[in-house]
Design a protein around this ligand. Structure first.
Ligand code: 3SL
Length: 235
């Protein structure tokens, strides 16, 4: 039976062997939720950057640019990091390519480069991701983007929710990280959104009046897309 493990922070990645495994990169608030939403809305592909200047420069090649720093849209780009940027029609996105940079999410994608496949996960596409992982049948590591290297509740909660969906097909009992995330997911029931109100990132987003984003990012199975990061692009 393939194994299921969770890396609570990108800083812990040196302790994991990604080769031979599938990495599911997750940044529930909000990078991977926005990427999943963007591709579900007809964005052709996205190129993640670590540096703001590299992201901005892609405008010259016809890309839309999306950038967040400290929870706010960066200067001089088309979109921030809210999933609603891809839904509200203010910037038409269908058929466009997007260059994106965020504080933690795009960094976690790049740091997972050694994995056999890098899947972009969110509550919004959790069922589709689970089906995809069952088909691949390989060992899985959920890579939590966290916040500036720290553990965060919402990404860990996603790890627990995904493990709960895969318990029949994967070994979810050999890793203490997975066991802890499964317990956290149980503790968060019956209302994971209410549970997450106490998380530091939700407090940060509330401060930025992004409560609507938080509620949206916690919806499960909204989209069937399974974005994969390969050869520099997510599609
Ligand atoms: O750090 C990130 O990658 C972002 O998702 C953070 S925020 O939700 O836009 O504040």
């Amino acid at each position: 039976m393939p194994t299921f493990d969770i890396c609570f922070s990108p800083e812990l990645l040196p302790l994991f062997t990604l080769q031979g495994r599938v990495a599911v990169v997750v940044d529930i608030l909000r990078a991977t939720s926005s990427i999943v939403t963007a591709l579900a809305q007809g964005v052709t592909h996205m190129v993640p950057f670590s540096e703001l200047a590299d992201c901005r420069a892609m405008a010259a090649q016809g890309y839309l640019t999306a950038a967040e720093r400290d929870g706010r849209q960066a200067e001089g780009v088309d979109l921030g990091n809210s999933p609603f940027g891809y839904l509200d029609g203010v910037v038409p996105v269908r058929g466009r390519a997007v260059a994106i940079t965020t504080t933690n999410g795009t960094r976690a994608l790049h740091l997972s480069a050694a994995a056999d496949e890098i899947v972009v996960g969110a509550f919004l596409n959790i069922g589709a991701v689970a089906d995809h992982l069952r088909k691949l049948g390989k060992d899985v590591v959920v890579v939590c983007a966290g916040w500036k290297g720290n553990f965060c509740l919402e990404d860990t909660l996603f790890g627990g929710a995904l493990a709960a969906r895969l318990q029949a097909d994967f070994d979810t009992t050999s890793s203490d990280a997975t066991l802890a995330a499964l317990d956290l997911w149980q503790a968060a029931q019956p209302d994971a959104a209410a549970y997450l109100l106490k998380s530091s990132h939700v407090r940060r987003l509330n401060h930025l009046e992004a409560h609507k984003d938080m509620e949206f990012c916690l919806r499960q199975d909204e989209y069937a897309v399974v974005p994969v990061f390969r050869e520099g692009a997510i599609q």
